[in-house]
Design a binder for this molecule. Structure first.
Ligand code: SF4
Length: 374
């Protein structure tokens, strides 16, 4: 069964009502389980969770994360290769209808940015583009990866969704990880927010992580853009999606991100605000649902909040991020996708982690490991 088929078994209105109707006893029952059922996970997303229950969730999430991951946080940096895009996502500064300086980096410029990040210590880069296949398609990505792979052990991508053949090419090029946010799992809202361009195809995007799993990507990330739609059901479906991928592709690590909408060019306002308390609750609930999932928090969030969420289950963080192509070597934010909130340098983040008793991991994977064990 595909995830698309599975999703149809969990109607949105019914599950939203179930989450809202959760009783304190159901929350306590979920907290007593060593492995959550889907119903328990739904209960832990409920606004009825009390402060004491949230504390219990946080303690359990911390214990599981410490057991499974130890005291380490993997650091990565986003590297924007292009801000050209044919899609009309209403919430994104890069959308095709937004008049802004468009830029696709040359291979030399990509290498220059990658070198800046390497000199800061990063050995795990996340490459990002919009969706403009003629200027920044699969050929372009392959060339970019070939150019910078010697500078970093691990490369992930957060680009346009591909089919199985496309992901096979990415694996062959040396990509380890993939992130594809569904943005919102609410089909009707998805159609409204993605009025034109290839991204208006909901099913193709939803099925991309499965195509990547079949192609052998070793890390696959999902997430919803919190604030776009109903966050309770979007986080619920994110959990189901991650669980599905973790069970189906057991050799692949599943990761979950928690992007909250930030102000972007074009002035899109989030429909619903996700509070810091809710975000904390969602992170804890997802950790209790999938003990082995990598949980990622980016520089979209403020420094203080990131510091406070550290012990609860986060395993990866970005640091010193710039969301504009060429921004690291130009030292400019012109053409950025969104404003970041945590402006600390990578060295400052590493020092903070050390002060809190965590080890910053700049590189956790290299294809050479595969060559040695082959
Ligand atoms: S969210 Fe991605 S696909 Fe949509 S407009 Fe922005 S860059 Fe393009």
């Amino acid at each position: 069964m595909s995830f698309l088929q599975q999703l149809q078994q969990y109607p949105q209105t019914q599950w939203r009502e179930q989450i809202l109707a959760t009783t304190p006893a159901q929350i306590d029952q979920a907290l007593r389980r060593s492995r959550l059922r889907v119903e328990d996970f739904a209960a832990l997303l409920s606004p009825q969770v009390s402060d004491a229950q949230l504390e219990a969730m946080a303690a359990a999430a911390h214990a599981i994360t410490s057991r499974r991951f130890g005291r380490i946080i993997q650091l990565y940096a986003p590297l924007y290769l292009s801000n050209e895009c044919h899609n009309g996502c209403k919430y994104c500064g890069f959308n095709a209808g937004n008049k802004m300086a468009r830029r696709t980096l040359s291979l030399a410029e990509i290498e220059k940015d990658a070198l800046v990040l390497r000199n800061q210590g990063f050995r795990h880069l996340l490459l990002l583009t919009g969706e403009a296949p003629k200027v920044a398609g699969i050929d372009f990505l392959e060339a970019a990866i070939a150019r910078i792979k010697p500078l970093c052990g691990s490369i992930s991508i957060e680009v346009f969704p591909m089919d199985f053949a496309g992901y096979e090419r990415m694996v062959a090029a040396g990509v380890d990880g993939l992130t594809v946010y569904q943005e919102t799992y609410d089909l009707e809202l998805y159609r409204e927010l993605h009025p034109y361009g290839p991204k208006s195809n909901y099913n193709f995007r939803l099925e991309a992580p499965e195509a990547a799993g079949k192609a052998g990507l070793r890390r696959i990330g999902v997430g919803a853009l919190l604030g776009l739609g109903d966050c309770l059901t979007d986080v619920f479906y994110t959990g189901l999606h991650a669980l599905y991928l973790a069970r189906r592709f057991w050799r692949t690590q599943v990761t979950i991100s928690f992007p909250r909408l930030r102000p972007a060019e074009g002035g899109f306002q989030p429909r619903s605000l996700v509070s810091d308390r809710q975000l904390t609750q969602f992170i804890c609930a997802l950790r209790l649902l999938i003990h082995d999932a990598g949980l990622i928090l980016s520089t979209r969030e403020k420094a203080e909040l990131r510091d406070n969420l550290l012990p609860l289950g986060i395993t990866q963080m970005s640091a010193g991020s710039c969301t504009a192509p060429g921004g690291y070597s130009d030292r400019s934010d012109d053409g950025q996708q969104f404003e970041i909130s945590d402006h600390r340098t990578p060295a400052e983040i590493a020092a903070l982690l050390a002060a809190r008793g965590y080890e910053a991991v700049w590189k956790d994977w290299d294809n050479a490991f595969l060559e040695r064990t082959a």
